[in-house]
Design a binder for this molecule. Sequence first.
Ligand SMILES: [Mn+2]
Length: 361
Amino acid sequence: MGFKMTFRWFGPKDDNISLEYIRQIPGIYGVVTALFDIPVGEVWPEDRIFELKRMVEDAGLKFEVIESVNVHEDIKLGLPNRDRYIENYKQTIKNLAKAGIKVICYNFMPVFDWLRTDLAKKLPDGSEVMEYNHEMLKNLTPDELVKSMEKGSQGFSLPGWESYRLKQLQSLFEMYKDVDENKLLQNLIYFLENIIPVCEQVDVKMAIHPDDPPWSLFGLPRVVTNKENIEKFLKAVDSPYNGLTLCTGSLGANRENNIPELIRYFGKMGRIHFMHVRNIKFTGERSFYETSHLSTDGSFDMFEIMKAIYDIGFDGYLRPDHGRMIWGEKGRPGYGLYDRALGIAYLNGLWEAIDKMSKMK
Ligand SMILES: [Mn+2]
């Protein structure tokens, strides 16, 4: 028993970290990756998936999790066009299944994916971290936010921040005027009702990523935010294939979300297929920066989080999430090699201790 440790990799063209380096991280099982150049809504071609699979497997790593297959905005908006995009999504699921993919991570966030107000906040020790300052965000327009994210990206593409989509910002906001939280939830359920039977057929589990941060921004609705909301769409399409990516840093940004409790709750339902584990340090009611993974550096008790993952008998996939930039590394904000590798060593250490202590009793 035990989980499978993975590492997010952005592919041969857009990641400065090589698969050879990733393979040298102690305890690594595989990478989670994607075809980042396929426009959202299009079918992922089989030959491209197999090409990626070969590359990963030739490096001695497993290729079993995709993060992410993004959902077309028309599906989230519930536009008549959505059925065409859902058909494409189903075909992508089938193509991924043929290549041995077991879990697909995705999200259902309108317009913006994850967001931060500073992608390189300098800490006293010289390391750089990503920060979310709620007061600062309230004073930004959506356009200003996009500009600041692009400026901080160090020239790397940021996952979920595709420029073609952000060019249509005005019209997207216009279209979301009639979509409230309940409508968005209904659109998510419609999507799941359509794709989950395919997932059951081909044995691919869907794992929705929580909204980051887990509250409404710029008046846009958000639904993957807390226990009650998550339970609604898990129960509405009641299949083990309709599951979660439980991201501790995203859900935990809302202080009312008790992460170890949520892990136990949804874990016992058999609905957690993928774990993102990271720590954050609160600087205000809704403000925080992303620390190293260590409990004493942040606001979460990482021992309690790993203990909950252990206690539910988790045998799915897990990865460290955003790390700091340290040791002079230049790279995609949140996705450097060094600090995420340190995170893995630490999480593996906690796990070994928990495992051995539990067996001593
Ligand atoms: Mn995450």
